[in-house]
Design a protein around this ligand. Structure first.
Ligand SMILES: Nc1ncnc2c1ncn2[C@@H]1O[C@H](COP(=O)(O)OP(=O)(O)O)[C@@H](O)[C@H]1O
Ligand SMILES: [Mg+2]
Length: 260
């Protein structure tokens, strides 16, 4: 989407909003740390009975598999199994968002992680008639990251992008540097969103999708903020959406020598 390039989110430039941004981030991380303790305990309490239910449903399904005249019961057991799986997945997604996060940081080149992700994601994108493009800066973008969590944050946005392009389109990933900050844009040529939708986007459980968890972007923001970064969005109905991640580069990590 060209719009995001011609009018980049201004907060990158304005030192003014940095303080507010930081205190909001601190507040959210603090809230989540408290929530994470409760969530961890609760999840543990829920997971054991859920596993028992799951196992017993499986056994029940086997018991009645070949009993005549039990088609309705078999269908009910099938529904129960599906719903239990869904509960399990929701619980896992919630823990990814609200659970305790300890970053396992390594100094890596962001472009190489993005290339890995694109290789991994390409078949899935192609299956939905989505072309993935990368426009990666030559600057040496070594950042201290938890690779798995960062990939998760990226994947959530890539999945959303594909889901926003039901008849195919372009998914573009760009990297750049501005004032010792890594700028990573993930944009799509999908359905876009009206301005009224944007304030709620990163809230946990906010979804407009049937069967959506509403935890994808909340998790992405959590992960990026745990890294000291920031996430923002620009969107235009009918044209597409651009998610921007900003992550601090330390001075010594921003070499001016091109890598390739
Ligand atoms: N690239 C996008 N284009 C249009 N809408 C989006 C995009 N990404 C996210 N959204 C909107 O934000 C909502 C929340 O996204 P997310 O937190 O990932 O949860 P989910 O994908 O489970 O709905 C989505 O339901 C959708 O309405
Ligand atoms: Mg999602």
């Amino acid at each position: 989407m060209s719009r995001s390039q011609s009018s980049p989110q201004t907060d990158v430039k304005t030192g003014v909003s940095t303080d507010t941004r930081e205190s909001e981030r601190e507040f959210r991380l603090h809230q989540l740390a408290k929530l994470g303790e409760l969530a961890g305990g609760l999840a543990h309490e829920l997971k054991n009975p859920l596993s028992t239910i799951k196992l017993n449903l499986q056994l029940l399904q086997e018991d009645i598999a070949s009993v005549p005249d039990l088609d309705t019961s078999r269908a009910r057991v099938q529904t129960l199994r599906r719903e239990v799986d869904r509960l399990h997945q929701t619980l896992d997604s919630f823990l990814k968002f609200a659970g305790r996060i300890e970053l396992d940081r390594q100094t890596v080149h962001v472009n190489s992680i993005i290339r890995d992700m694109i290789d991994f994601f390409n078949p899935q994108a192609a299956a939905h008639q989505v072309r993935v493009y990368a426009s990666l800066t030559d600057e040496d973008l070594k950042v201290s990251l938890d690779i798995n969590l960062f990939k998760q944050a990226l994947l959530n946005m890539m999945l959303n992008a594909v889901q926003a392009m039901p008849s195919g389109g372009d998914l573009i990933i760009r990297t750049g540097v501005h004032d010792s900050t890594l700028i990573l844009d993930v944009s799509d040529t999908g359905v876009g969103m009206p301005p009224s939708q944007l304030p709620r986007l990163f809230e946990a459980f906010y979804t407009t999708k049937k069967g959506g968890t509403g935890l994808g972007l909340a998790t992405t923001r959590r992960i990026i903020e745990e890294h000291g970064g920031h996430v923002s969005v620009q969107s235009e109905p009918g044209r597409g959406t651009n998610f921007r991640l900003e992550l601090p580069l330390r001075a010594q990590e921003k070499a001016s020598v091109p890598v390739n």
